[in-house]
Write a protein that binds this ligand. Structure first.
Ligand code: SAH
Ligand code: SF4
Length: 325
């Protein structure tokens, strides 16, 4: 299915299952990239500690809250706070930010990497609803090669803690990593099903211009779309985003994804220069746009393919077994 099954047919089936299981709505999440400072050195990532060419920033608490307020004003009902692993945002600071944003009557998703169980608990108690952390790959050897100093087991345990604390759990993988096999991508999908994700994203790996992976081939859009479509067939009712990395490989990448199983889009609501500086990979889309522009641009694209913008917070709704043919 990931390589030889006719792609058009796979996408059609995923689209059908998506419609039956989660309907026609596309849920929007406003993404705030609040810090590009990171203690880790993931070889694939432009923000890794060792990349000295990055101009580093972190937004102030006030800036983050103001950005979230504006996003809520233009209609976002979920705010995603994403950053490198930046410990300036300690428990106290994060909790203050979460509590303020929750006053806007939005769902709050955190995507700030690996923290201690006590911190996850404190963030949850402060009001965070969801947590997004990709496992990246289930090939342990590959993970350890690409993430020096990190432990796959530890990342897995973080995901389990997050789930036990009652967050909606988001995870996912990259496809096209150097050394990654199709078999391991299939294992990744089974893993995501086993841990019971509420949301999962598939992103094509896009090589960064800075070494060490600058000359690697990277992922292609078709493999990412195929993987995502297969995931929809495996997990009919979860939330699946059309990822920004897909659109960075093709101007219609997110629309293609929405027609092949996806039901979520996460437009960037970060403002000004910060958008450019949060460069996980090169060629990231919309770095010169404004939140209002991005919201209306994706809104029009969604409506043009006959879909509607989701109302409400767009939480994962579990379907009863056997309700899809
Ligand atoms: N620091 C947090 C969140 C920010 S990184 C974390 O690592 O969980 C968000 C995601 O960006 C990562 O999970 C990874 O899947 C993706 N990413 C990083 N570098 C990338 C690249 N070169 N191409 C495509 N996606 C990339
Ligand atoms: Fe840091 Fe996340 Fe990039 Fe790894 S992927 S270097 S943890 S921002």
């Amino acid at each position: 299915m990931l390589t030889s099954f006719p792609a058009d047919e796979l996408y059609r089936q995923a689209d059908r299952v998506r419609l039956e299981a989660v309907g026609n709505e596309v849920h929007l999440r406003g993404l705030i990239e609040f810090s590009n400072i990171c203690r880790n050195d993931c070889l694939y990532c432009g923000l890794r500690r060792g990349n000295e060419k990055v101009k580093r920033y972190h937004m102030t608490e006030e800036e983050i809250i103001e950005t979230a307020t504006k996003a809520a004003e233009i209609g976002f009902e979920t705010i995603v706070l994403q950053s490198g692993e930046d410990l300036y945002y300690n428990t106290k600071r994060m909790c203050r930010i979460i509590k303020e944003i929750k006053k806007l009557d939005v769902a709050v998703t955190l995507s700030i990497g690996e923290r201690s169980p006590d911190e996850y608990k404190a963030f949850r108690e402060a009001g965070a609803d969801r947590y997004l952390m990709r496992i990246e790959t289930t090939d342990r050897d590959l993970y350890h090669k690409l993430n020096p100093g990190m432990s796959w087991q530890h990342r897995y345990e973080c995901l389990m803690t997050i789930k036990e604390l009652g967050y909606e759990l988001g995870s996912g993988i990259m496809v096209g990593l150097p050394g990654q096999t199709i078999e391991s991508i299939a294992d990744d999908l089974m893993f995501l099903k086993e841990i019971g994700v509420d949301m999962a994203g598939i992103g094509p790996f896009i090589p960064h211009q800075e070494p060490p992976l600058a000359n690697e081939g990277g992922g292609n859009l078709e493999l990412a779309l195929r993987t995502m479509a297969a995931m929809r067939l495996l997990m009919p009712d979860i939330n699946i985003p059309a990822t920004t990395a897909m659109e960075s490989l093709h101007p219609q990448g997110r629309i293609m994804a929405l027609k092949a199983g996806a039901n979520v889009v996460m437009p960037n609501v970060t403002e000004g220069e910060y958008r450019k500086l949060y460069a996980l990979y090169p060629g990231k889309i919309c770095v010169n746009d404004t939140p209002v522009h991005c919201r209306s641009c994706i809104g029009m694209k969604i409506q043009a393919i006959g879909r509607t913008i989701g109302k409400g917070k767009g939480s994962h709704r579990v379907l009863k077994v056997g309700s899809i043919n």
